[in-house]
Design a protein around this ligand. Structure first.
Ligand code: MF3
Ligand code: CO
Ligand code: CO
Length: 258
């Protein structure tokens, strides 16, 4: 069942989304060589509590931490550990505060120190692909339009889109309908309507799309071929005329298409 948010719920989603963007900005400042994912976990837990919110990941289906930290070949759902970040790493931070009962879900991939030009271009493609998907959001367009825009851009650059993990409706629940798959056929799938809120969060791999789940922890997804993976995520609202990005960070703007 896809929920259409009322004006009051939209206001609550705006507040949660804004807090999520702020949280991601603050956590991103802590990504430096020598810092550890567990330090970020503690920082995220404390920051969220100070802002009268709850970190949704903590204890979600048994997830042990307040945010996901996914380094290099980790596609998503990395569990914070005590391995220090190293120069050249790419690090995705995914935060989801719950504020007054509503979720804001956003992530970004950060660089540790100097990252090779080729890797920077790859990560930029992940970011651009998220925006290409967001640009398709308006009433009457479909989930297939979003996926098609993302996959077309990513494949044109020689990378691949992960299929096993998807965007999702969001609101009172962390994950609601509809499923937002990051590939698709134009004009196919769920038709977007004003008042829907969902995430767009493409994970792209430098090599093949296939992922493997860590059998020991049951959470960490890695690329099967060991190649790098990058991701960006925003929570969006379908408005009567188009899209509102609810998790924009301070100073972040919707980029013009290239
Ligand atoms: N924030 C992730 C998403 O974008 C979900 C993380 S689930 C967790 O949907 F349990 F790992 F936190
Ligand atoms: Co999400
Ligand atoms: Co997320």
């Amino acid at each position: 069942m896809i929920t259409i948010k009322s004006d009051r719920e939209i206001e609550l989603m705006r507040n949660a989304g804004k807090l999520a963007g702020l949280c991601l900005t603050e956590m991103g400042k802590l990504v430096k060589a020598g810092a550890t994912p567990l330090e970020l976990d503690q920082a995220c837990r404390e920051w969220t509590a100070r802002h009268e919110a709850i970190p949704a990941p903590l204890n979600y289906k048994g997830f042990p931490s307040s945010l996901c930290v996914s380094v290099n070949d980790v596609v998503c759902h990395g569990i914070p550990d005590n391995r220090p970040f190293q120069n050249g790493d790419i690090v995705n931070l995914d935060v989801t505060p719950i504020l007054n009962g509503y979720h804001g879900d956003t992530n970004a991939t950060f660089f540790v120190g100097e990252v090779p030009e080729k890797v920077q271009q790859f990560v930029e493609t992940a970011r651009e692909s998220m925006w290409a998907g967001i640009r398709q959001v308006r009433p009457g367009n479909t989930v297939g339009d979003i996926g098609h825009a993302i996959d077309t851009l990513v494949r044109a650059r020689g990378y691949s889109v992960v299929l096993e993990y998807c965007g999702h409706g969001i609101g009172r629940n962390f994950h609601e309908d509809p499923v937002i798959i990051h590939v698709g056929r134009p004009k196919h799938g769920v038709i977007l309507k004003a008042g829907m809120t969902f995430t767009i969060e493409p994970m792209i791999n430098m090599g093949k799309a296939k992922t493997v789940l860590d059998e020991e922890d049951g959470w960490t997804a890695r690329t099967a071929d060991g190649s790098l993976s990058a991701q960006f995520e925003h929570t969006v609202l379908v408005t009567p005329t188009g899209v509102e990005v609810l998790t924009l960070r301070p100073g972040e703007k919707i980029p013009e298409p290239k």
